[in-house]
Design a protein around this ligand. Structure first.
Ligand SMILES: Cc1cc2nc3c(=O)[nH]c(=O)nc-3n(C[C@H](O)[C@H](O)[C@H](O)COP(=O)(O)OP(=O)(O)OC[C@H]3O[C@@H](n4cnc5c(N)ncnc54)[C@H](O)[C@@H]3O)c2cc1C
Length: 386
C-alpha cells in the first residue's frame, strides 16, 4: 500500500503533524468508534485527548492560545481523523472552522480575548447557527430576528441541524439574525449567544442516519437577551461574513471527505487480501482490484483538489471556485468509495460494527452539509460567469 505521507511531497512539519494525528486516530479513536456510534454518545474522552494535543488551536496564533499553525494543518488533521471516525473529525471541523474561526476572523479585540483561548483549548466548543427550518441552501432566507433594545439584542427564532450545539462543553452559538432592512433588503447580522443565556434552548438531539457520535440539535430562541457588544463583525455584514467562513469550511470538509475515501481504500485492500472465495483471495480477481484502484484514484484526485484550494487560500489568492470543486469531488469520492468498500466486504460490510459500514452511513451527509452538491455546482457556475 502506498501511503501519501511517505511520498515526500509534504514539508516535514506537516508530515509529522499528520503522523501524530494518525497514531492518535488508530490508538485512541478507532477502538471506541463503533461503541460511540452504536450508543449515539458524544466521545468526551476522545475530544479531551484531541484538546490535549492542541488540535482545536491548530490554525490560531499563540497569543490566543493556539498552536500557531495554519488552515492546511487543520485539514491534514481532519483527513487523518476522517479515515477512522467521521463523527470525531466533524466535531473538530465544526469546533474550529465554524465555531472559533468566525470570532478570529471578525471579532474585535475584546471578543477574541474573551472567547478564543477557551475555544482554542478544546475545553469548550462553539457552534455556528446559520441553517433554519425554512432556510438551508437559501441561507439568506433567515427568519430569526434580533431587535436592539437599549444596550441589548433580543433574539427570537429557531435554527436547525446545528453541530456541537448541545454538548456539556458547548459555550456559545454564533447566529445569523435579521437586524433590520436596508433598501428593501433584509439586513443580516451575526451575534454571539452564550449557551447559558435564558431563553436559548438546545432541543433534543436528532436521530441521524450517520455521524451518530457527533452532536446535532435544533435550537430555539425566545426573547434571548444578549449585550449589544455581542454583535460579531459589522452590522449588516453577517451573511457575507458567514459565506466567507463557509468557503474556508468547504476545504476542511473536503479534507475530512478525503480521509473517509482513503479509509475505505485502506480497509478494502486489507480485506481483499485476507478474504478468500473460490479458493483464493478476492483481491486476486481483477474485478475487485480494479474497483480498489478506482477508489484510490478518487481519493488521490480529491486530495489534490483540497491541497490546491488550501494553497490558494493560504497565499491570499481567490479560492472560492477551488474550494467548491474540492468539496464536491471529495464528498462524492467518499460516498462512492464507501459504497464500493461495502460491496467488497460483502455481508460483513452491512454490519454496523465494521468501519466501512459506518463510512457508508456517514458519508452521505458530506454531499449535503456546508453546501449541497447542487449548491457547489451553482457556485462554480457563477465563478465561470454563468
Ligand atoms: C448532520 C448535520 C449537521 C449540520 N451542521 C450544521 C451547522 O453546524 N450549522 C448550520 O448552520 N447548518 C448545519 N447543517 C445544515 C446543512 O448545512 C443544510 O442541511 C444544507 O445546507 C442543506 O440545506 P437544507 O437541509 O435546508 O436543504 P434545502 O436547501 O431545502 O435543499 C433541498 C434540496 O434541494 C436542492 N436545491 C436547493 N436549491 C437549489 C437550487 N437553486 N438549484 C438546484 N437544487 C437546489 C439542494 O441541493 C437539496 O438537494 C447541518 C446539517 C446536518 C444534516
Amino acid at each position: 500500500m502506498t501511503d501519501f505521507l511517505s511520498t515526500g511531497t509534504l514539508p516535514e512539519e506537516y508530515r509529522e503533524l499528520a503522523l501524530t494525528v494518525r497514531d492518535f486516530a488508530n490508538q485512541v479513536v478507532a477502538p471506541v468508534a463503533a461503541k460511540h456510534d452504536a450508543e449515539h454518545s458524544f466521545p468526551y474522552e476522545v475530544i479531551a485527548g484531541m484538546a490535549d494535543m492542541g488540535l482545536f488551536g491548530l490554525p490560531f496564533p499563540e497569543e490566543f492560545g493556539g498552536m500557531g499553525g495554519d488552515y492546511f494543518a487543520l485539514c491534514l488533521a481532519l483527513e487523518e481523523l476522517g479515515k477512522v471516525d467521521q463523527s470525531v473529525a466533524i466535531t473538530l471541523e465544526a469546533g474550529v472552522s465554524l465555531g472559533a474561526m468566525p470570532i478570529y476572523r471578525f471579532g474585535n479585540a475584546k471578543q477574541r480575548q474573551e472567547w478564543l483561548p477557551l475555544l482554542a483549548s478544546g475545553r469548550a466548543l462553539g457552534a455556528f447557527g446559520l441553517t433554519e427550518p425554512g432556510a438551508g441552501s437559501d441561507a439568506g432566507g433567515t427568519r430569526t430576528t434580533a431587535e436592539q433594545d437599549g444596550d441589548s439584542w433580543i433574539i427570537n427564532g429557531s435554527k436547525q441541524f446545528i453541530t456541537n450545539s448541545g454538548t456539556d462543553i458547548t459555550r456559545l452559538v454564533t447566529v445569523t439574525a435579521v437586524t433590520g432592512e436596508t433598501d428593501g433588503k433584509k439586513e443580516i447580522s451575526t451575534i454571539i449567544v452564550p449557551a447559558d443565556t435564558p431563553g436559548f434552548v438546545a432541543e433534543p438531539a436528532y436521530n441521524k442516519v450517520g455521524w451518530n457520535a457527533s452532536d446535532t440539535h435544533p435550537l430555539s430562541f425566545t426573547d434571548v437577551r444578549v449585550p449589544a457588544e455581542n454583535l460579531l463583525g459589522e452590522r449588516g455584514r453577517g451573511y457575507a461574513n458567514f459565506l466567507r467562513i463557509l468557503d474556508e469550511g468547504r476545504i476542511a470538509i473536503a479534507a475530512l471527505s478525503v480521509g473517509a475515501a482513503q479509509g475505505c481504500v485502506d480497509e478494502s485492500i486489507k480485506y481483499a487480501k485476507e478474504r478468500e472465495a473460490f479458493g483464493r483471495p478476492i483481491g486476486s480477481n481483477q474485478a475487485i482490484a480494479f474497483k480498489i484502484a478506482r477508489m484510490e484514484v478518487r481519493a488521490h484526485m480529491a486530495r489534490t483538489a483540497y491541497y490546491d484550494a488550501a494553497a490558494l487560500m493560504l497565499s491570499g489568492k481567490p479560492f472560492k471556485k477551488q474550494a467548491s470543486i474540492a468539496k464536491l469531488v471529495a464528498s462524492e469520492a467518499a460516498m462512492d468509495n464507501a459504497r464500493d468498500a461495502t460491496q467488497i466486504f460483502g455481508g460483513y460490510g452491512f454490519m454496523n460494527e465494521y468501519a466501512v459500514a459506518r463510512h457508508y452511513r456517514d458519508s452521505k451527509i458530506l454531499e449535503i452539509g456546508e453546501g449541497t452538491t447542487e449548491v457547489q455546482l451553482m457556485l462554480i457556475g457563477r465563478e465561470l460567469g454563468l
